[in-house]
Each structure stands twice: as structure tokens, then as C-alpha cells.
Design a protein around this ligand. Structure first.
Ligand SMILES: [Zn+2]
Length: 181
């Protein structure tokens, strides 16, 4: 992973950075405080106060989202936008959120989805072989996953309504435990 020094001391942007580049900094500022986040791009710098009690992690996540919002609000025509963060924890958190959203919205590798795309010859669950392997089946019904469900989601079986009250982190941990991407 590139460090802040790589960005600031190397000549030009790293090769992985494409198009319009933004750099975030949610950690300590030059003044030594931790209550600010920054986003920086060519000729533009965002600065925002997050109060005294924000963690570095929160500041970094906020900085990334603020850069994304700024890019969107400018209606630019750049084909690529790179938002560079040196916070591994923040990047992992965003990756987890993206993975959970992919699972929740059905853009996933579950067999029912693959079957509908004609990429698999059966929609049946690879764990139990009984029901269709859909998100609802995996999250709520599959008997083969009941013990994982109990550990990670608090119940052996769930109703669809129960999903709303689950945290993203719990769903993510459950998906990882049962081998979903
Ligand atoms: Zn099943």
C-alpha cells in the first residue's frame, strides 16, 4: 500500500492512480489535533471539522465520502476518479460495505442469480441442496447454515423482516463465515 510519503515525495501520482486524483487525510493535522479531515486535489483542498471526539477512522471515512460528494457535485466529465487513502482500516471497511451491498442487491455469486443468468445449471442451494440458493434462503432459511446463523445473527432461523434490524457488520461476518464472497 502506498504511504502518504509516496504520494507527496514521489514524482507525480502513483501509476495506480487514474484520472482525477483526490487524496484524503483523516489523521493528525499539522497542528497536532485530530478534529479535522482533509481532501486534496489539483488546485482544491477541502477541510472539515469533525469535533473533538471523532476518531481517526471516522475522520478518514468522512474525508473519503466528502471527496466523493465533491466530485459528484462538480459534474465533471473525468472518465476516472481516484480517491487515495492511506488508512487500511478505512479501505477495508469500505470494501466490506461494498461486498455486503453486492450480496444484498443480488449482484452476487449465489446460484439462483447465476441460474437466472444462465451461468449455472441449477438454482438449488450448494449447502443443503433443498431450497433455491437466494439471499433470503442463505440469510434466513438454509438448515445447513443454522449454527452459523445462530452465532453471527443471533438466531437459528430468521424471518425476512428480521434482516432489517441486522447490522452490516453482522451480515458481513456471517457471509464470510459461510463462504460467500
Ligand atoms: Zn440451503
Amino acid at each position: 500500500m502506498l504511504t502518504r510519503e509516496d504520494w507527496t515525495k514521489a514524482t507525480g501520482a502513483p501509476s495506480a492512480v487514474k484520472g482525477l486524483a483526490w487524496y484524503t487525510d483523516g489523521s493528525k493535522t499539522r497542528e497536532g489535533t485530530r478534529d479535522r479531515g482533509y481532501g486534496q486535489s489539483v488546485g482544491q483542498r477541502l477541510s472539515f471539522s469533525l469535533g473533538r471526539y471523532a476518531t481517526v477512522f471516522q475522520a478518514e471515512i468522512y474525508a473519503i465520502l466528502a471527496c466523493a460528494h465533491e466530485v459528484q457535485s462538480q459534474n465533471r466529465l473525468d472518465r476516472y476518479v481516484s480517491i487515495c487513502s492511506d488508512s487500511l482500516v478505512a479501505l477495508k471497511a469500505l470494501k466490506a460495505v461494498r461486498a455486503v451491498i453486492a450480496v444484498l442487491t443480488g449482484h452476487n455469486t449465489l446460484r439462483r442469480h447465476l441460474y437466472l443468468l444462465e451461468l449455472h445449471d441449477s438454482p438449488l442451494c450448494s449447502k443443503c441442496g433443498v431450497g433455491e440458493e437466494s439471499l433470503a434462503h442463505i440469510l434466513c432459511e438454509c438448515e445447513s447454515l443454522a449454527s452459523f446463523r445462530h452465532v453471527y445473527l443471533g438466531s437459528f432461523f430468521l424471518e425476512a423482516e428480521d434482516i432489517k434490524s441486522l447490522g452490516l457488520g453482522a451480515i458481513w461476518n456471517y457471509c464470510r463465515a459461510v463462504g460467500l464472497p
